[in-house]
Ligand binder design. Structure first.
Ligand code: ATP
Ligand code: MG
Length: 968
């Protein structure tokens, strides 16, 4: 029991008065115990009890009369259980349970009715006789500052918030519609024609009939007007801007009459007279009720704790997204000053846009950075697959923490640092603007024209967005700024603690750290450690102990030779590791947004090589360099040079020609490997070969590409194409093709200045742009970009690392895409490209778990056997990949393998077999590919008009459709 009020022979109005009297007391109790209160009436004496609803299995404060009854029942059950336990154990249970719980237990048998104090404004009492039926009970509601007694018929599941609509007011205060008063929170500035307005401050707009008053947060009138059209004033809504009395205002939200009349709407900005007088009243009426709960360190603190104790947004509003309240332990650690506990509620303006998985993600991020998930650790990894809106989730978090906090409503953070790849700096800015507009939050992006000093000098900005490269250059300045939250976008690059970027970021003292990545991070246990250790330093112990405890047993357990015992140990350790880190890692797969996206038609297109390509390919395979490789003479990595040459040749022979010519002139030509590889090759080219005059026929893929572009242009004149290559030189060729055919194009590669990148992306995405093609270097711009302006994406070449390709493919099939998406992955039949593809999709290829953007062929170890396979040209096969599938079809008609289970997206997570997680970013396996529709280029009656047009140069197709509808 924490408070007592004596009463005798209560009449209803006395009861109400009493309620009014105890209310401030109850309020303080609630705020300082983070619990909700129940008033228990016994022998005309009211006991105010703090109840932790969670402890009795009620997940939130009841909002309906029915809810009250449930709560009452639960309390009884709880008490019974506790008593039973007490009998059983006869232990010192009384000292283990909280005082209020004991009180409830003692009193439960005698309770005849109780009052629930739901929040400061609503005190509700109900007759809680068990016999009471919904629909017949009477409920008395009293609203503060409006001493009206209201009697309502209780309906089941009736929401208290909507109750005023249902009630019959006995002492009415309702006004005629013509004189209806409305209140809005607004921002204002002096009227000006400037594009970028500087808002001067917050204000309250009061609209009454045809007139208005504008008050600043000190309550002073700063504008008045009369004679406005009633209709205009009646239609005012959030987001609207208006000119009123020489001032421009933007409406930020509606204020309830109650909030206005109580004066709470003025609280946000500063000390309002309403607050101080309120606290005075409390002090006068009651002795210090905080004594037993906690001791505020000073008078100011006590006063502070009464300020801002109202949530910024209504936690009980329908669809409100409310963060978890801190538990006792958290309060003990982080609320030393005993500030009032205030609900942190996500801005409804944002909530209405959020997908369900994003709401969960925000709750997760909030709990992580607040240190609520792992005691005192404030790091998180949000590893949602690409396109799931990690940016929006972070923006929501920043905006929330910057304005709110659970302790006295005090904002948790002041400044945020976002570090991101250069090409995404402006994308972040755009996303902030998209979701929050330009007035709510001030962000600063560092680029050539905007130096970091500007941010340092001004207190105007709260968010700094900077590229990884720029961060290194301006580290000294950044270290001088105190950041409260650090977000590392595409943060898988921090997987090595020895690299400069990681050490630089570690050197910033900010402890709330978030890594965002769309790329799986659990595939390499050492890199995994680095990421974990970055966000939550030390949580896995030292690297050496981590290796001993987790890495070694897990790796040993995966080897074919592992004993049963080793397997079991490895699995257990993996499970433990997942469990430990799972508290602050969140990964959701693309499937959660699939339903919001249009269909995706993915094609793997096997293109017949041109005659010149075949001749050159044979010559390369017969070179001395390749022969040496096959003998296992791999010093100086000659196989990498051979692989590079074959890949170039597949893209276009002219690339090979240019590089031979280039090498001939350079000093490195002396290198034996290159000379022995290229020897005699130039003679295979026609004598007058000019690489600048290349033809499409010389490359199988280029021929297919050219036809594909032409059919898209013809059949879908309003749709656009993203054309991706890993190589700048190849992009040059593709660009030349665009020029030759007169296609308007735009281009983004490693050379594109960062400051121009977003502009290029925006231009392409705009429906007014005439660009037909977006030439994209996957290495430069593959990650994070939104290219939803394009609905066709062509991957001109393949990378060893499936993640690079998947990243690129995810640029167009994402939120905002309006058209069905067509993806074409071009491979040259029978060549190394098929082998790389097979490696991407085969189990063997994945065993090394090379699912990381920065892994290149240099990181891959090849056995001589593998090199033999790699350096074979299969001239007679229509599709070597299909040959390997063990599929009985001949490719003559649409075939979909049916002998295996239907394609399933469940794939192994590296941390152990029982930790299977759906992860649609892992490349599909051979058996899954078999489930795709497949057919040869000679197949009659192709239903896909695009494939129909290119079939002449194509030996084989695989096709898969996701989210199929009839429209294609
Ligand atoms: N709830 C939503 N409603 C509509 N559009 C959304 C929503 N959430 C995100 N988007 C949009 O989806 C696109 C992808 O979001 P975002 O760039 O944040 O993805 P991401 O998870 O960071 O992906 P990546 O790993 O590729 O960087 C953006 O254009 C974003 O504005
Ligand atoms: Mg992103």
């Amino acid at each position: 029991m924490v408070g007592k009020a004596r009463s005798s022979n209560f009449t209803l109005s006395e009861k109400l008065d009493l309620l009014k009297l105890v209310k401030p007391y109850v309020k303080i109790l609630e705020e300082h115990t983070n619990k909700h209160s129940v008033i228990v009436e016994k022998n005309r004496c009211w006991d105010i009890i703090a109840v932790n609803y969670n402890a009795i299995g009620v997940d939130r404060p009841p909002r309906t009369a029915q809810g009250l009854r449930t709560l009452y029942k639960r309390l009884k059950e709880y008490a019974k259980q506790e008593l039973l336990q007490q009998k059983e154990t006869q232990s010192d249970f009384k000292s283990n349970i909280s005082e209020p719980t004991k009180k409830v237990m003692e009193m439960i048998p005698q309770i005849s009715s109780f009052c629930l104090v739901r929040d400061r404004n609503h005190i509700q009492s109900a007759n809680l006789d068990e016999e009471a039926q919904a629909g017949t009970s009477s409920l008395q509601v009293m609203l503060d500052h409006r001493p009206v007694a209201i009697t309502v018929e209780v309906k089941q599941e009736e929401d208290i918030h909507s109750a005023p609509k249902e009630i019959t007011v006995s002492k009415g205060q309702e006004e005629e519609p013509a004189s209806l008063v409305k209140y809005f929170s607004v921002v204002w500035c002096k009227a000006s024609k400037k594009k970028h307005k500087k808002w001067e401050g917050d204000a309250i707009l009061i609209v009454k009939g045809k007139s208005f008053t504008l008050k600043n947060l000190d309550g002073k009138d700063i504008g008045r007007g009369i004679g406005y059209k009633f209709k205009e004033l009646e239609k005012i809504e959030e987001g609207q801007t208006m000119m009123i009395g020489g001032k421009e205002i933007e409406v930020m939200g509606v204020i309830s009459p109650d909030d206005f009349s109580s004066g709470r709407c003025f609280q946000l900005g500063g000390k309002s007279p309403a607050i101080s007088s309120f606290s005075q009243t409390i002090k006068k009426c009651f002795s210090n009720p905080l004594k037993s709960v906690c001791k505020p360190s000073s008078k100011e603190n006590r006063q502070n704790s009464f300020q801002n104790c109202k949530p910024r947004h209504d936690p009980y509003a329908p669809n409100s997204l409310v963060m978890l309240r801190p538990d006792d332990n958290h309060q003990w650690m982080f609320n030393k000053n005993c500030f009032a506990i205030v609900d942190v509620v996500i801005d409804p303006h944002l909530v209405r846009h959020l997908r369900p998985h994003q709401k969960e993600g925000i709750i997760f991020l909030y709990e992580c950075v607040m240190g609520m998930r792992v005691n005192g650790r404030c790091g998180a990894i949000l590893a949602d697959e690409m396109g799931l809106g990690k940016t929006l989730q972070c923006i929501s978090l920043i905006w929330t923490l910057q304005c709110q906090g659970p302790y006295g409503g005090k904002p948790v953070i002041k400044k945020t640092l976002i570090v991101t790849p250069g090409s995404l700096v402006n994308n972040w800015r755009k996303e902030f603007q998209k979701w929050l507009g330009s007035e709510r939050i001030k962000i600063f992006t560092v680029d050539q024209d905007h130096k970091i000093e500007e941010f340092t000098k001004s207190s105007f900005y709260s968010v700094l967005i900077i590229s990884y490269e720029m961060l290194l250059r301006s580290l000294d300045q950044i270290k001088n700024i105190k950041f409260d939250l650090l977000i590392c976008d595409e943060g898988h690059r921090l997987k090595n603690s020895a690299i400069k970027t990681t050490t630089a970021l570690i050197s910033l003292s900010c402890e709330k750290r978030i890594i965002l990545t769309g790329t799986p991070i659990q595939n390499d246990l050492q890199e995994f450690f680095a990421l974990i250790d970055f966000v939550n330093p030390g949580i896995l112990g030292s690297l050496s102990s981590y290796r001993k405890i987790y890495e070694e047993p897990i790796i040993i357990s995966r080897q074919p030779s592992a004993s049963e015992e080793e397997k079991e140990l490895g699995e257990r350790r993996a499970a433990e590791l997942t469990c430990l880190t799972g508290l602050f890692i969140l990964r959701r797969t693309q499937e959660v947004v699939n339903k919001y996206l249009p269909p995706k038609i993915e094609n793997v297109v096997f293109c017949r090589p041109g005659t010149l390509q075949i001749a050159l390919y044979r010559k390369l395979l017969n070179s001395q360099a390749v022969r040496f490789c096959l003998q296992g003479l791999l010093e100086n990595s000659p196989h990498l040079i051979c692989i590079g040459a074959l890949k170039k040749l597949c893209n276009h022979p002219c690339l090979l020609f240019s590089s031979i010519k280039e090498k001939e002139c350079s000093s490195t030509w002396d290198k034996n490997e290159e000379r022995s590889l290229y020897e005699g090759l130039i003679n295979v080219f026609p004598a007058d070969y000019n690489p600048l005059m290349f033809t499409e026929e010389e490359s199988g893929k280029l021929q297919v590409l050219s036809k594909l572009l032409s059919v898209i242009h013809e059949l879908r004149p309003t749709e656009k194409v993203v054309l991706v290559s890993n190589y700048t030189q190849t992009l040059n060729i593709l660009q030349e093709v665009c020029k030759r055919h007169g296609y308007a194009y735009t281009r983004l590669d490693g050379q594109t200045p960062i400051s121009q990148r977003q502009q290029i992306v925006d231009g392409f995405n705009s429906k007014y742009s005439s660009d037909f093609i977006f030439l994209l270097s996957s290495k430069a711009g593959g990650v994070g970009l939104n290219l939803i302006g394009g609905s066709h994406l062509i991957l001109y070449d393949i990378d060893w690392n499936p993640a690079t390709d998947i990243q690129a493919m995810s640029r167009v099939w994402r939120d905002g895409q309006k058209h069905p998406v067509h993806i074409y992955r071009l491979l040259t039949t029978g060549t190394i490209e098929e082998k790389i593809y097979q490696r991407q999709i085969s189990k063997q290829g994945l065993s090394g778990a090379v699912v990381d953007l920065t892994k290149t062929s240099e990181h891959i170890q090849f056995s001589v056997e593998e090199l033999k396979n790699l350096f074979t040209l299969h001239e007679s096969s229509r599709c070597v990949t299909h040959d390997l599938l063990d599929c009985e079809c001949t490719g003559e008609k649409d075939h979909t393998g049916d002998s295996l289970e239907k394609f399933s997206v469940s794939r192994n997570c590296q941390l152990g077999p029982h930790q299977q997680k759906s992860d649609s970013l892992k490349p599909l396996s051979m058996s899954q590919l078999k489930q795709w529709k497949h057919f040869s280029g000679d197949h009659l009656n192709l239903t896909d008009p695009f494939l129909e047009r290119i079939r002449e140069n194509v030996s084989f197709f695989f096709q898969n459709i996701t989210n199929q509808t009839t429209a294609m």
